[in-house]
Ligand binder design. Sequence first.
Ligand SMILES: NC(=O)c1ccc[n+]([C@@H]2O[C@H](COP(=O)([O-])OP(=O)(O)OC[C@H]3O[C@@H](n4cnc5c(N)ncnc54)[C@H](OP(=O)(O)O)[C@@H]3O)[C@@H](O)[C@H]2O)c1
Length: 284
Amino acid sequence: MEILNGAEMSKEILSKISFDILNVKNAGSRVPRLDVILVGDDYGSVKYVGMKEKVAKEIGLQVQVHQLDNAVNTLEIVNLVDSLNKDSNVDGLMIQLPLPEHIDKHLVLGSINPAKDVDGLTPTNLGKLFQKNPSAIPPATPLGIMKLLEAYNIKIFGKRVVILGSSTIVGKPLAALMLEKNATVTLCNSHTVNVEEVSRSADILVSAVGKALFINADFLKNDCVLIDVGSNKHPETGKFVGDVNWESVQGIPSFITPVPGGVGPMTIACLMLNLMRCYRDGAK
Ligand SMILES: NC(=O)c1ccc[n+]([C@@H]2O[C@H](COP(=O)([O-])OP(=O)(O)OC[C@H]3O[C@@H](n4cnc5c(N)ncnc54)[C@H](OP(=O)(O)O)[C@@H]3O)[C@@H](O)[C@H]2O)c1
C-alpha cells in the first residue's frame, strides 16, 4: 500500500511557483494577486481562507481578503465582485463557500469574470470543462487529484472510476476530468443503491462524501487506488480525518491518499497554479 504524498507533491508545485514569482519580481513586473471574498465568520471558512492566505504569502503572491459581515446582501457582494473584475491589479478572485443561506450563490458565482475564476466555479468554466474546452479553468480539488495520480504514473485510460459525492466543487468536475482521460465514470450520491457493491467495481475510488470512517474494507476491491477527499472531525478523538476508516482498509488498496497530507495540500497548490494561469493569460 503506497502513500500518495500530496504534501510532498504540493511542495514541489509551490516551490516552482515561488521561483516563477521571484523571476517576475526580478524583472520588475507586478506580482500576481489573489482576492478572496469571505462572508461571515464560519469557523471552517475562516480557517481555510487563513491557510490559503498563508501559503500564497509564503510563495510571494499578493493576497487580499475581503471579510464581509454575515448581514451583507447579494447585491453588495455582486457589486464588490464587479469592482474586482474591473481592477487590473486583481488576477484571481474567489468566493469562500458556503455562503449564508440568504445569499443567491448562483448570482454571486456567475458574476465573477471567468478569466479571474481561480476556483473554476463560474458557469462558463464548468460548462467549458464538460465540453473538453482546454481554456476551462478546472476547480482546484479535482485538478489536484488528477495531478497527484499523474505524479505517481497511475493510469486512468480505460479504468473504472467510482466517485462518491456529486457536488459541483468536487464530484461533477472530477467526473468531467476523468472522462476526458477516457475513464469509465460512475458518479454516486446519497441515494445510490448498494453503494458498497458499486464501489467495489472501482479501479480508482474517490470518496468525497464528508463522513468520517465511511469507507471500510467492504467498499474496496484488491489493489484499487483510494482517494480520500473528505475532511471531517473524528467522532471520538476530534482529530482531523478523511472519509476512510484507515484501520479497516489496511493492505487492500495499492495506493491511498492520507488525511492530512493528501488531497488537501494539493487543492491549495492547484489554486495557486490556477492563479498563475489567470495572471499569465490576463483578463480580457
Ligand atoms: N481536501 C480538500 O481539499 C477538500 C475540498 C473540498 C471538499 N472537501 C471535503 O470533501 C467532502 C465533500 O465536500 P463537498 O463540498 O463535495 O460536500 P457536499 O456538497 O456536502 O457533497 C457531498 C456529496 O456526498 C454525497 N453523499 C452523501 N452520503 C453519501 C453516501 N452514503 N453515498 C454516496 N454519496 C453520498 C452527497 O449526495 P447528495 O447529493 O445526494 O446529497 C453529495 O453529493 C467534505 O468533507 C469536504 O470538507 C475537501
